[in-house]
Design a protein around this ligand. Structure first.
Ligand code: RIB
Ligand code: CA
Length: 306
């Protein structure tokens, strides 16, 4: 099985840690670069968290620093969900700073894509700032992008505003640049995370798997994205699942555009499945997931990491 080269843009963030860990140890993914961007917590913390996570996992994928703020709007913060550090509940080791690649994300992404003998897949599990900057700086790379998988947006109700989801609302203009890039794009909206949450019994199961399961247990036990029945919503894991086990998902094409004008729905992902806007579909949207299959896949994916 050939491994797909992958670049991750991330704002760890507890559910980012779940997605990054799964990606790093997946049989058919070859993570070439991790770009830490501002998001759940400020860039200094997301960058430190990325380095600390890889040090704990003993992986050696280069890490590069991304943008420290959105393109136009002021930065938002989700430390109430992920803790002040961004990784509440687990004490990671001091970072191996030799993993830090000098320079900026757009150039590092370009270097990977330009040097790759095959098309590269991008996974965006934070705000779109860095991939937007990369697409604007290196438009000539776009034909070498296999596809872009995004955790973001909401088909219905949001988690940052009535209609806006955190990643898209964090940088609406960047999200609009990414959705209109022409790159094959898959979207894992909030609804998938609401459906495929981690139950307490699954949490207890992964705790027994080993040091990585134990780390994830402690982080997820401190995550404030909870369901009414005390499940944990691990949104970003639904993006990496789309890459590894797409058959878990029901996918529908849609025209997706971001509201960058409204005072009330600023940052809303407007997802048109019914051609109201008479526009070509630009995104494959995950509209449902088989929760039981996801739960089993999740445990197996963590086992692979141990
Ligand atoms: O809305 C959920 C998204 O916002 C996830 O990526 C989470 O990590 C936060 O970045
Ligand atoms: Ca995230």
């Amino acid at each position: 099985m050939t491994k797909k080269p992958l670049i991750i843009s991330t704002d760890p963030g507890i559910d980012d840690v779940v997605a990054i860990t799964i990606a790093l140890f997946a049989n058919d993914l070859d993570v070439k670069l991790i770009a830490a961007t501002w998001g759940n917590v400020p860039l200094a913390k997301t960058l430190l968290n990325t380095l600390k996570l890889e040090t704990f996992l003993q992986t050696k994928v280069p890490v590069v620093s991304g943008a420290d703020r959105p393109l136009l709007r002021s930065a938002i913060d989700a430390s109430d969900v992920h803790g002040k550090s961004g990784l509440a509940g687990f004490e990671f080791p001091e970072p191996d700073n030799s993993l830090l690649k000098p320079g900026i994300a757009a150039d590092a992404i370009h270097e990977v894509v330009a040097n790759s003998t095959e098309k590269v897949t991008l996974m965006q599990i934070g705000p779109a700032t860095d991939f937007a900057l990369y697409f604007m700086q290196y438009p000539q790379d776009l034909p070498k992008i296999e596809k872009l998988v995004i955790m973001g947006g909401a088909i219905g109700r949001g988690n940052w505003g009535p209609y806006s989801e955190y990643n898209v609302a964090g940088d609406p203009e960047a999200a609009q640049i990414v959705f209109s890039s022409g790159v094959k794009t898959l979207l894992a909206p909030l609804e998938l995370g609401h459906e495929a949450y981690v139950t307490q019994s699954t949490l207890n199961e992964i705790k027994k798997l080993g040091r990585i399961g134990d780390m994830l247990y402690h982080l997820l036990s401190n995550l404030h994205d909870k369901t009414d029945n005390d499940g944990r919503e691990i949104y970003d894991a639904l993006a990496v699942g789309m890459l590894i086990k797409p058959e878990m998902y029901t996918i529908k094409p849609a025209y997706v555009v971001v509201d960058t004008k409204s005072p009330y729905a600023y940052g809303a992902s407007v997802i048109d499945f019914d051609n109201f806007f008479n526009q070509q579909a630009n995104v494959e949207v995950g509209v449902a997931i088989d929760q039981a299959t996801f739960a089993n896949w999740f445990i197996e994916a963590i086992k692979k990491a141990e």
